[in-house]
Design a protein around this ligand. Structure first.
Ligand SMILES: Nc1ncnc2c1ncn2[C@@H]1O[C@H](COP(=O)(O)OP(=O)(O)OP(=O)(O)O)[C@@H](O)[C@H]1O
Ligand SMILES: [Mg+2]
Length: 769
């Protein structure tokens, strides 16, 4: 079959018109990524060289899948030469080749966000600022935002608006921290994630010959998820495409969800201005989801003011309505979801991998993990603390980093005394200060110590430092010839890390040991694969892959048939047969408005995020919320999210439908009307109004539940010490009853479900006599 047969007419047009700038703008699931994939295959069929095509995707996984599909059409030996990956991985690769002209070694380290924060914290301390005022997280995100807008330290200092803002948040010295941070990264031969884009821009700006080389190399540029590019990315693409103008971008303004990381929806809106001679392609048919899901998603995104009008329809079956789960507690929400997975999997022969649970914040995963574990449902989590961020893994990786780039100060600080070799914090502090004073790296000072002793250390310490420098140098020598696996294995054993972990026979200790084994297995696999592909297989090459992993990327083969747990942000571009969008409560999703005057933009972004979540579903979508939830260590009473009420009621399956009163919609309409008006300073009509409505809904439902009092005993009869039975949690003992009727609250310890706080009027407890 010809590959073009797998496309509809609009898609085919977008694939075969290969010359000049093209914009493919279309709703979720309409085949944008497919068009991009087939367009590349088509270019290759028309004789373009694979090495002249650059495709930028949002995750490495997306790039890999795209490459596999293209391989299936044109053959692996052609496809393997394509330049395909995330912005960060592609430009890291280019920087490795070109970095020397901007003063960085080609083996520069990529600092992850933990390294960046740790360095920022050190600088705050060295500047004798208070960490309570200068919160490292806030400083880090200010620096990151500046970099994504291509604002260098000198420009930062000169920018009145920025400086004023920093004053207003009482951190007037962020500009100095930024400057020092930049200097120390440079001394350490390190770039953080944002630098990969910033330094590429600097490279192209200051070295026209380098820019020209890549402009000539890439005849064709393609970008997926263009709506989430930031200014730094936008400018790189614009510069690279300036010679041939063969730039094809695909995106959906309704799915722009990364403004907090500097993404600019304008990039897609301005494409037409930037390239007056462009072609525009609109795709309208959604191939992913049932009609019910597509219609529901359309009904909610229509409420956003700022958008390019789009028509999206599905010709798949009508499908089921979207089920809404209303849970009493966050624990019950977990239970309901796990239960539904078990039941539908059995009944409809789904696999575990056909399910995804999507939440707004990583912290919500725990409840679902517990619920799934109780039912023996296998799952995998994306994001959060990844495998590579675990202490033992980071320790070993820090050795690798130091061996590859001895200037890497953050790595050195982590392992100079691990395993313990008697080099204390005071010594390290002295070394670091000596390095800063001399404008060099800590390792350099360590090496010089024997001759010059610049840090003024005693003999015993000096000899320990020499031993340390000796091992690192020995590995560095080995690195010149050894492959990744041999070198990694030597480091793990000869440093004593393996022995140290082996000695700890507690379950956690064994777990750590296993993790290191797992890491080494991964390195072995990398080494073998690279050798088979004829690609470089040094430890430096392996580390490059690890440094550039994104949230979606830590997928392993053994993870195949598992339920997926991830944030909505990381679900972008993916699809699952069954999707649970959970935690749909005001102030959670949509998240709590920021600052005193929440902007319309930020609400609209939350709505786009919800649109992304809903449109991941192919066959069934579920929405759930809890009325009580533990957040920040205390029990909160929650209102259902406005997003539930904003969906046209005909697409929903709500347990007690009349509570939500969709046929009679003046209230919901009022919410929308207010929503589109600017929010006046000091007034928050949007928030108050919806909350009032949500509260009303909850009250209506509560009243109804009370009038039904199924089975449960009168809450007033329940006393501490009694054995009680709960419909779902089973048998438990009442530990405490507090509050006044009708709002009596009990703490109950359930044999199988653990300790729970329950509002007795909902809990329907039966006293066991
Ligand atoms: N013409 C077609 N025939 C059959 N299946 C198609 C066709 N076009 C797209 N699909 C399928 O529809 C699904 C959605 O396509 P794709 O992921 O490319 O959409 P998208 O527009 O990139 O979505 P998103 O906005 O979520 O990134 C995929 O499973 C894809 O294979
Ligand atoms: Mg896509």
């Amino acid at each position: 079959m010809n590959y073009l047969d797998g496309l509809n007419e609009a898609q085919r047009n977008a694939v075969v018109n290969i010359d000049g700038p093209s914009l493919v703008i279309a709703g979720a699931g309409s085949g944008k990524t497919r068009v991009l994939t087939f367009r590349i295959a088509h270019l290759l069929q028309k004789g373009a060289k694979p090495g002249s095509i650059l495709a930028l995707t949002f995750t490495n996984k997306a790039a890999k899948e795209m490459k596999e599909r293209i391989s299936a059409i044109v053959g692996h030996n052609t496809a393997k030469y394509l330049w395909m990956g995330t912005f960060h991985s592609i430009f890291a690769r280019i920087l490795r080749t070109e970095s020397e002209v901007i003063g960085f070694p080609s083996n520069f380290t990529i600092y992850d966000s933990a390294d960046s924060k740790s360095l920022i914290r050190t600088i705050i301390k060295d500047m004798q600022l208070d960490e309570k005022t200068y919160k490292p997280n806030v400083v880090a995100s200010r620096i990151s935002a500046a970099k994504n807008s291509l604002i260098t330290p000198p420009a930062y200092q000169k920018n009145g608006q920025i400086m004023e803002y920093d004053m207003s948040i009482r951190m007037p010295r962020i500009s100095e921290i930024y400057k020092e941070y930049d200097r120390r990264c440079f001394l350490a031969g390190a770039m953080d994630f944002d630098d990969l884009l910033l330094k590429t821009n600097i490279l192209f700006r200051d070295h026209k010959e380098v820019l020209e080389k890549y402009q000539k190399r890439f005849d064709y540029l393609l970008v997926d998820e263009y709506q989430d590019t930031n200014f730094a990315q936008y400018l790189i693409v614009k510069n690279l495409a300036a010679l041939h103008h063969n730039l094809c971008v695909v995106g959906d303004d309704a799915q722009s969800i990364y403004s907090f990381r500097g993404a600019r929806i304008e990039n897609i809106l301005n494409f037409q201005k930037d390239y007056p001679k462009h072609h525009i392609f609109k795709l309208e048919q959604n191939y992913r989801s049932t009609q019910n899901i597509v219609n529901a998603a359309n009904s909610i995104i229509a409420k956003n003011k700022r958008q390019i009008p789009k028509n999206v329809f599905s010709e798949k079956s009508h499908g089921n309505r979207i089920k809404v789960f209303s849970a009493l507690t966050d624990n019950e929400e977990g239970y309901l979801v796990a239960n539904e997975i078990s039941e539908t999997r059995m009944r409809q022969h789904y696999h575990y991998q056909d399910y995804a649970i999507l939440y707004r914040t990583n912290a919500q995963s725990r409840i679902f993990e517990e619920a799934l574990r109780k039912r023996n449902i296998p799952y995998k989590i994306y994001g959060g603390l990844s495998f590579y961020q675990r202490k033992e893994i980071k320790d070993l990786l820090s050795y690798f980093r130091l061996v590859i780039n001895p200037k890497d100060n953050e790595a050195l600080k982590r392992i100079i005394n691990y395993p313990a070799r008697g080099i204390g914090d005071t010594t390290l502090g002295k070394l670091e200060q000596a390095a800063l004073a001399a404008g060099t790296s800590i390792f350099e000072v360590v090496q010089r110590s024997q001759r010059e002793n610049p840090a003024g250390l005693n003999k015993g310490t000096l000899s320990k430092l020499m031993d340390f420098a000796g091992i690192i140098s020995q590995f560095a020598e080995m690195a010149a010839t050894a492959d990744a696996y041999d070198l990694a294995g030597s480091v793990a054993t000869q440093t004593g890390i393996m022995k140290d972990l082996y000695r700890d026979q507690t379950p956690e200790g064994r777990n750590r040991f296993d993790n290191i084994q797992e890491l080494l297995n991964g390195i072995q696999e990398f080494t073998i694969n690279a050798r088979e592909e004829g690609l470089p297989n040094s430890l430096a090459n392996y580390m490059e892959d690890v440094a550039l992993l994104t949230d979606q990327d830590n997928d392993k083969d053994e993870d195949r048939d598992k339920v997926t747990l991830m944030t909505v942000h990381s679900s972008k571009g993916l699809e699952f047969k069954n999707v649970f969008v959970v935690g749909l409560e005001e102030n959670l999703f949509p998240s709590a408005p920021m600052g005193a005057n929440p902007s319309i933009e930020s609400f609209e972004e939350e709505r786009r995020l919800f649109y992304v979540a809903l449109t991941r579903a192919e066959e069934n979508a579920y929405l759930s919320y809890a009325k009580q939830r533990y957040r920040w260590g205390k029990l909160d009473f929650c209102n259902p999210s406005r997003f539930i009420t904003e969906i046209d009621g005909q697409y929903l399956d709500i347990p007690d439908e009349d509570d939500f009163n969709f046929d009679n919609e003046p209230q919901a309409a009022r919410v929308t009307a207010n929503f589109s008006k600017p929010v006046l300073p000091g007034k928050r009509p949007v928030v108050e109004n919806t909350q009032a409505i949500s509260q009303k809904l909850v009250k209506l439902r509560e009243a109804k539940k009370q009038s039904q009092t199924i089975d449960g005993d009168d809450p007033r009869d329940i006393q501490s010490g009694m054995m009680v039975e709960h419909q779902r949690f089973g048998t438990g003992k009442v530990l405490q009853v507090e509050g006044a009727f009708p709002n009596l609250k009990a703490t109950v310890f359930f044999q199988n479900a653990g300790q729970k706080q329950l509002l007795l009027k909902f809990a329907k407890l039966r006293i066991m006599r």
